[in-house]
Structures are given as structure tokens and as C-alpha cells.
Ligand binder design. Structure first.
Ligand SMILES: Cc1cc2nc3c(=O)[nH]c(=O)nc-3n(C[C@H](O)[C@H](O)[C@H](O)COP(=O)(O)O)c2cc1C
Length: 243
């Protein structure tokens, strides 16, 4: 028997969810609290790889937007470091432009890059340093079939690179209450989609995704899920050859 659309699956659930959302919105208007120093993350040290300035886009957004679709297989051809620089910089600029007060208060997003096929960047896991246009190496990564153990969907291990967006959930909650979690997810979504749109303008393909394996980032990037929580990701590569 099909259920009438008017019949709620759990009586009162929708009302409760709406009430929570209203509370959340009200909380977002309250004064922010300072982020205690102990919740701020110490920067990670590691060897630096300089990135070139972002490559200029090769297409206007209007010309590529209608063809935007999730692509999960990629050519073997590497990305240029300048294209990767453009993708990472677009993600960071989105956040810097949208949420300057959060960043100034110490609730920043961190962008990580798993690089497998980027010219001039060795295979490895890096943290993007937007102010220096550089990558700070934080861990090694396997490549080939072993890389598939790093991700839930093996196709993402065949991307040229992954951009992994993390945020400081502890700091976001200290500053904004429970609204801080929603805010972090919104920011990560905006950054991930900015990376995707930038990629399209550089003749690249990919998809955003959230299916990350927590233990991989915990072991390799000290992402404990609280002070550094993986939020969202973007897989990028060159388009596969058409058959
Ligand atoms: C929050 C979020 C999480 C996602 N997680 C995954 C994922 O884990 N794996 C995946 O293949 N795609 C994931 N996607 C990508 C969506 O499947 C993709 O954007 C959707 O298929 C739309 O693609 P289309 O516009 O080409 O139809 C996610 C998208 C969003 C917004």
C-alpha cells in the first residue's frame, strides 16, 4: 500500500526538525564567542613545494556551466601545477570572500591535496598554504592499486588529485554553538563547488564527494574529526578520452 504524502512517516518529526532549524537560525544571530587558544591548531611543518600562480581560465563560466556533471573517471595525463594552483586558490578565495570574520577569529578551513598526477608535485598528501601559493607535505601516499585503500570509492584513487576540505569543528562550536557545524559544512560546500567550477574553466573534470575514510586522514593528516574534521572533497583530473 502506498503511503499518502500527507501522512508524516514519524508523527511530529517534520515539526521538530523545523523547530530545530529555527533555533539554529536564531543561534546564528547571537554574538560570537572568541575561540580559546587551546582549540586553535598548531600549523603542520613539512617540506614545501612552491606552486606557480594560478593558470588563467581557458573558458568562461557561462560556457561550461551547463555541461557541469559529475565525472568519476579520468585520463592518465597529469594536471599542470598551475591548473592545480587555480583549483586550490578558487576554493580558498571562496571561503576568504564569504566568511572573513570566521577566519579572522581562527575558524579557518584547511585545504589538503592528495596528489598522484600533477606535474612538478610528487605523489603525496599536502596542505595548501594559500598565502604562500605552496604545498606543505604532510604524508606519503601509495599509488596504483594500493591507493584504492585510501578511499571508499576506488575511482577517486584514479583521479589526478583530490582536494580535501577540513575544518576545525571544536573552534566552530566554541564560537557559534551548534550553528557552527552547519556553518562549517556550508563553507566546505561553497569551497568544494568553487574548486569544481574553476576546474571546468580549466578544461578539467571531476566531482565533489563526501565519502572519505576517517582513519586515512587521522593517520596521515592528524585529522581527529574534531579539531580537524574532514568535511568535503573534490576529485579532479583531465577528461577521459571519448570512445
Ligand atoms: C554533500 C555531497 C556529498 C556527496 N558525496 C558523494 C560521494 O560520496 N560519492 C560520489 O560519488 N558522489 C558524491 N557526491 C556527488 C553527487 O553524487 C553528485 O554531485 C551528483 O551525482 C550530482 O551530479 P550531477 O550533477 O552530474 O548529476 C556528493 C555530493 C554532495 C553535494
Amino acid at each position: 500500500m502506498t503511503q499518502s504524502v500527507e501522512t508524516p512517516v514519524v508523527p511530529g518529526l517534520l515539526e521538530r526538525l523545523l523547530a530545530d532549524t529555527r533555533l539554529d537560525a536564531a543561534a546564528s544571530a547571537r554574538p560570537r564567542h572568541p575561540v580559546p587558544a587551546e582549540l586553535r591548531r598548531a600549523p603542520q611543518d613539512g617540506p614545501l613545494t612552491e606552486l606557480p600562480p594560478p593558470a588563467a581560465p581557458r573558458a568562461a563560466l557561462d560556457d561550461v556551466l551547463l555541461e557541469r556533471t559529475a565525472v568519476r573517471d579520468y585520463a592518465q595525463t597529469p594536471l599542470s601545477a598551475a591548473d592545480l594552483s587555480a583549483v586550490l586558490s578558487a576554493a580558498d578565495r571562496m571561503d576568504a570572500g564569504g566568511w572573513p570574520a570566521e577566519r579572522a577569529a581562527g575558524v579557518d578551513l584547511e585545504l589538503y591535496c592528495a596528489s598522484w598526477r600533477v606535474t612538478g608535485v610528487d605523489t603525496g598528501l599536502y596542505r595548501y598554504l594559500p598565502g604562500r601559493s605552496a604545498l606543505c607535505r604532510v604524508a606519503s601516499l601509495p599509488d596504483g592499486p594500493q591507493a584504492e585503500e585510501l578511499v571508499i570509492q576506488r575511482e577517486f584513487a584514479r583521479a589526478a588529485a583530490l582536494v580535501v576540505i577540513t575544518g576545525n569543528l571544536a573552534a566552530a562550536l566554541a564560537r557559534n554553538g551548534s550553528h557552527g557545524h552547519r556553518l562549517l559544512l556550508t563553507r566546505a560546500g561553497a569551497a568544494g563547488h568553487a574548486a569544481w567550477l574553476a576546474a571546468l574553466r580549466h578544461d578539467l573534470v571531476g566531482t565533489v564527494f563526501a565519502g572519505l575514510l576517517p582513519h586515512v586522514l587521522r593517520e596521515r593528516a592528524a585529522a581527529d574529526g574534531y579539531h580537524r574534521a574532514a568535511l568535503f572533497a573534490f576529485a579532479v583530473g583531465r577528461p577521459p578520452a571519448r570512445t
